[in-house]
Design a protein around this ligand. Structure first.
Ligand SMILES: Nc1ncnc2c1ncn2[C@@H]1O[C@H](COP(=O)(O)OP(=O)(O)OP(=O)(O)O)[C@@H](O)[C@H]1O
Ligand SMILES: [Mg+2]
Length: 302
């Protein structure tokens, strides 16, 4: 919608509806990358039914817990003239204790066939703030790797449960360490501090790429990756595409630096498309060649 202004009536020029939420976006992007994935979560009411149907139509395998309350509908307004996006996210459904327990049971069941579990997004109302910590513990017991992409208190709890990796964006990382990044080395210091909170690896994403503290053959490695500036159509969900690229590469046995290269290429490629989690593998391949990944000096590490 061009020329969005608060307090005015607008007519959209184009519109699209698709299943969303971080987990769903990651699943869509993983499918585009050709990796096997099952999306799970809570789905309720007629919106929930549409989510499940539309995902099935996209051939994204899914297994949701059906809940009584209605799944939320979030709205993103993109203004091509300013390049800005405005998001209106509903509060969403309340999940009952029984529904939450049903989800934990489902996740443990699905985990039996999984190598890696991505826990992503905010927690719905009714779900305990340490839910991701519980899920990480469950997955660890089963030998399933965990990667967490969330923010605020759920992220703090999740970090303490020692997931294999966390992937906050810049603002979420600032919230986790408790200060704003003003200097170049702040993000590099922060990934070190985040790792000290529990996660084995920490990746902080930003529009230019990412800064990460990784394990390379068991040895800590601090890296910075950058991608040339893109002609952005929509950056919404680019973090989810980044995560999918990281996971796909990790699943394929890629070494740490290669996983980061693929992640940044996927994040950047996804900005060429309107929908979240939509990726063109040929574009990812082309961008991966121009992503710069370099090790930062050890002195910058905490
Ligand atoms: N303007 C941009 N140009 C090129 N690449 C971008 C741009 N914005 C984002 N990206 C890519 O996407 C990745 C993730 O970006 P960002 O940190 O903004 O994600 P995010 O805030 O988690 O997004 P979301 O939560 O909407 O998925 C970056 O590492 C980069 O690879
Ligand atoms: Mg994100």
């Amino acid at each position: 919608m061009p020329g969005l202004r608060a307090g005015h009536r607008h007519r959209s020029v184009d519109a699209a509806t698709l299943p969303g939420g971080k987990g769903v976006n990651v699943a869509r992007a993983l499918k585009a990358l050709g990796q096997p994935v099952i999306a799970t979560g809570f789905a309720g009411g007629s919106a929930g039914s549409r989510i499940v149907e539309a995902l099935t139509e996209e051939s994204v395998l899914n297994d949701f817990v059906r809940i009584d309350d209605e799944s939320r509908t979030n709205t993103a307004v993109l203004d091509p003239t300013s390049g800005q996006s405005t998001e209106i996210n509903e509060r969403g459904p309340v999940v009952s204790e029984a529904e939450y327990q049903q989800f934990l049971e489902k996740l443990r069941y699905l985990g039996r066939g999984a190598k890696l579990c991505v826990l992503a997004g905010s927690l719905p109302l009714g779900v305990p703030v340490d839910a991701y910590a519980t899920m990480i513990a469950d997955m660890k017991r089963m030998g399933v790797e965990t990667i967490v992409d969330t923010e605020g208190e759920p992220l703090m709890h999740a970090a303490k449960a020692v997931p294999d990796a966390v992937t906050p964006n810049l603002v979420e990382a600032e919230g986790l360490v408790g200060y704003e990044f003003t200097e170049d080395e702040d993000a590099a210091n922060a990934v070190g501090e985040i790792v000290q909170m529990g996660p084995l690896e920490a990746v902080v994403t930003m529009a230019e790429g990412c800064v990460a503290k990784l394990l390379n053959d068991g040895e800590p490695l601090l890296v910075k990756a950058t991608v040339p500036t893109q002609d952005v159509r929509s950056a919404i969900g680019s973090g989810d595409a980044f995560l999918a690229g990281y996971v796909a590469s990790r699943y394929a046995g890629g070494e740490a630096l290669e996983c980061i290269r693929q992640a940044v290429a996927c994040g950047a490629e996804s900005t060429r498309h309107f929908g979240a989690g939509i990726l063109d593998p040929a574009g990812v391949h082309e961008l991966a060649a121009v992503v710069s990944v370099r090790a930062l000096s050890v002195s910058a590490a905490v």
